[in-house]
Design a protein around this ligand. Structure first.
Ligand SMILES: [Fe+2]
Length: 292
């Protein structure tokens, strides 16, 4: 099994539960058979070490290999997704007050949709961009597996409330940004993990407070897992953004607003979760800019 080819196959799976299971299996195949955990920034609070370069990344089991140079062509337009949820403009998405059962389900659905998209985004980072170090691909396979876990936890919780993923409308902002940055891995790292996903770091604690007030302790718990893991994902984005800037001789801080402009990315808006952003590898200079 070639990992990037398989990542593309999993990206094309339409059924969300099957995709989530396949994403977790793919990561397990890439790492567990060797008995070596993926060499990436920790999402579990353990000390975070930079991803190793290709020369030092763990060896893969013989049944699993990685072709970093292949240029892959999808058979159908990615991503695979189910017929529902219906994708609508962001403003048309249902009201999400968590203080009614319907509103709480709609809010959980919106978060599940983000996680479904996040599986797609991580798999897309693996198949689409050739010639990155091996550790880059292992990092994003790990992210895909963790996003799959997040989706699964939310999907199960939603079912406990008598609803399912697909029951509410959703919008497609995350995948739109993925497509705008499909031509350049540097822009992708800058604008998807360290812009859109980093907004999740800011948004999660207030969401947890709302669910707590609504008496949904399970949702608070799931969001705790998500926040913990997302710090690692944004950190992976920061790591590879800086790696690519170094390689191309670009200043990561000066380049960022240019990329936002060029690819029409959403502008950053406070309040920011500076503690989580610091843990996710934003530099003192970047944090000082957000504070101002
Ligand atoms: Fe996630």
């Amino acid at each position: 099994m070639e990992l990037r080819t398989r990542a593309l196959q999993v990206l094309l799976i339409a059924d969300p539960q099957a995709k989530a299971a396949a994403a977790r299996e793919l990561h397990a195949a890439a790492t567990a058979m060797t008995g070596t955990p993926s060499a990436s920034p920790a999402a579990d609070g353990a000390p975070i070490t930079p991803s190793p370069d290709c020369g030092t990344s763990p060896a893969l089991a013989p049944e699993v290999w990685l072709d970093t140079s292949a240029i892959l062509v999808p058979e159908t337009e990615p991503p695979g997704r189910p017929a529902r949820p219906r994708l609508v403009a962001a403003l048309q998405v249902a009201s999400r007050s968590p203080y009614t059962p319907e509103g709480r389900a709609a809010l959980l659905h919106a978060i599940a949709h983000i996680e479904f998209n996040a599986i797609n985004l991580a798999l897309d980072a693996v198949w689409r961009f050739p010639d990155m170090p091996r550790a880059y691909y292992l990092d994003w396979l790990r992210v895909a597996a963790e996003e799959a876990l997040h989706f699964t936890l939310l999907d199960e919780h939603l079912r406990g409330l008598g609803r399912a993923y697909g029951d509410f409308d959703a919008h497609d902002g995350l995948w739109t940004m993925a497509m705008r940055t499909a031509g350049d891995v540097l822009a992708r790292m800058a604008l998807v993990p360290r812009t859109l996903e980093a907004r999740g770091l800011d948004a999660t604690p207030p969401l947890q407070a709302k669910f707590a007030k609504a008496g949904d302790a399970r949702a608070v718990e799931i969001l705790g897992v998500i926040l913990r893991d997302e710090v690692g994902h944004v950190r992976i984005g920061n790591h590879w953004y800086r790696h690519l800037c170094r390689e191309r001789g670009l200043d990561p801080v000066a380049l960022y607003p240019e990329l936002v402009e060029r690819h029409e990315a959403p502008k950053l808006r406070p309040p920011f979760n500076l503690e989580a952003r610091g843990a996710a590898g934003f530099s003192d200079e970047e944090l000082a800019y957000l504070r101002s």
